[in-house]
Design a protein around this ligand. Structure first.
Ligand code: ATP
Length: 369
């Protein structure tokens, strides 16, 4: 069983940088865990500590039930795929894939069988005699994956494996790695700074910032219920819109005031805020672009959330259109009907789906609802 446990893990580099801060995570056998966050948040350091390529400053790392802090990388039963592939330029594809097995003195027949099988799964059987320089970026990436596969490791660690590929190939390899995970039925830990990769590939996502875990959850839970302002803004593209607002009580109703708009909160949301310390206070309101609507049916059915907006840019993307708008002096993006006729410079009425808004504490930036 290839479960992993990271318990109170810290990484302090010489010079005082704390790259990873009290990292706690249980990874189950066969999970596809994605570590995601902006550059410098500690993703690679965490992965390298799991691989044994970086010493753990404090805390405990278990693979299965075994404490492996002091176990050599080669004895951890883990394979790592790097961003730059790290192929040996003077060796053929076959020899690159076979290299680790030869070091372990695996019998020749066995090596041939395993390399053949991996090459078949990855569709690179016809490339086995070539050298890396005669391969495309996508093919090199497959070889790097193949070299990890032949070792039949308990855990695959992948560090931004798609970042050197062009956009189209990246999408293709994304689904191929997903299929590979299903086929191999092993544990994957995958590092990326790309939230789309995280959302599409992970069974669970770990969002990191400045060495700290911000949230661990399934992609949909993270999208629908972000813990804080950072996660809300980081996951989702275009990102969630934010605006300062004031929460006020009017009789039995709760209202949000932003600029000249005064919007009644739907009952469901108001109920969650009953007796809340935030009533009468400034908060940050967040709304995702797809929850701002231009169509008449929404304007009719959500009269409480209708606002006036000035359009500053219209971006047609084919399947959807992005409206860059200004509402009460704040910039917003709305993802609207692709056939919208609106133009930059015009005014428009839009409906905010107030059932889908989030509120955040201005100081702690933690989610309120
Ligand atoms: P990226 O997406 O840019 O690769 P990351 O999230 O993977 O970023 P890390 O590479 O883990 O981040 O780095 C985390 C922090 O540790 C950064 O502040 C980085 O500058 C620092 N760091 C990384 N390696 C070392 C090192 N060998 N010595 C000192 N500081 C380091």
């Amino acid at each position: 069983m290839a479960s992993l446990k990271l318990k109170n893990i810290y990484k302090k580099y010489e010079g005082g940088v704390i790259a990873v801060n009290d990292f706690n995570l249980d990874i189950e056998h066969r999970e596809f865990i994605v570590l995601v966050g902006p550059s410098g948040c500690g993703k690679t350091t965490t992965l390298r500590m799991i691989a044994g390529l970086e010493e753990i400053s404090e805390g405990e790392l278990y693979i299965g039930d075994k404490l492996v802090n002091d176990v050599q990388p080669k004895d951890r039963d883990i394979a790592m795929v790097f961003q730059n592939y790290a192929l040996y330029p003077h060796m053929t594809v076959f020899d690159n894939m076979a290299f680790g097995l030869k070091l372990r003195k695996t019998p020749k027949d066995e090596i041939k069988r395993r390399v053949g099988e991996a090459a078949k799964i990855l569709g690179i059987e016809h490339l086995l005699d070539r050298k890396p320089k005669a391969l495309s970026g996508g093919q090199r990436q497959r070889v790097a994956l193949g070299r990890a596969m032949v070792r039949e490791p308990k855990v695959f660690l992948l560090d931004e494996p798609l970042s050197n590929l062009d956009a189209k190939l990246r999408v293709q390899m994304r689904s191929e790695i997903g299929k590979l995970h299903q086929r191999l039925q092993t544990t994957f830990v995958y590092v990326t700074h790309d939230q789309t990769e995280a959302m599409t590939m992970g069974t669970r996502i770990v969002v990191m910032k400045d060495g700290f875990i911000q949230q661990v959850d399934t992609p949909t839970a993270i999208y629908d219920r972000p813990n804080n302002l950072f996660v809300a803004g980081f996951i989702g593209s275009p990102q969630m819109n934010f605006m300062n607002a004031q929460l006020v009580k009017r009789g039995d109703e709760l209202h949000l005031l932003f600029g000249k708009d005064d919007v009644k909160l739907p009952e469901g949301k108001a109920k969650k805020l009953e007796g809340s310390v935030y009533i009468g206070k400034e908060v940050i309101m967040g709304i995702r672009p797809e929850n701002i609507h231009d169509e008449e049916v929404f304007l009719q059915s959500m009269p409480d959330g209708v606002v006036d907006a000035d359009i500053s840019l219209v971006e047609m993307l084919g399947s959807e259109t992005l409206l860059y708008i200004v509402v009460n002096g704040a910039d917003f993006i709305a993802k609207v009907n692709p056939r919208i006729k609106a133009k930059a410079g015009e005014k428009i009425k839009l409906a905010f789906d107030m059932n889908k808004i989030h509120l955040f504490d201005k100081e702690t930036e933690r989610i309120i609802i």
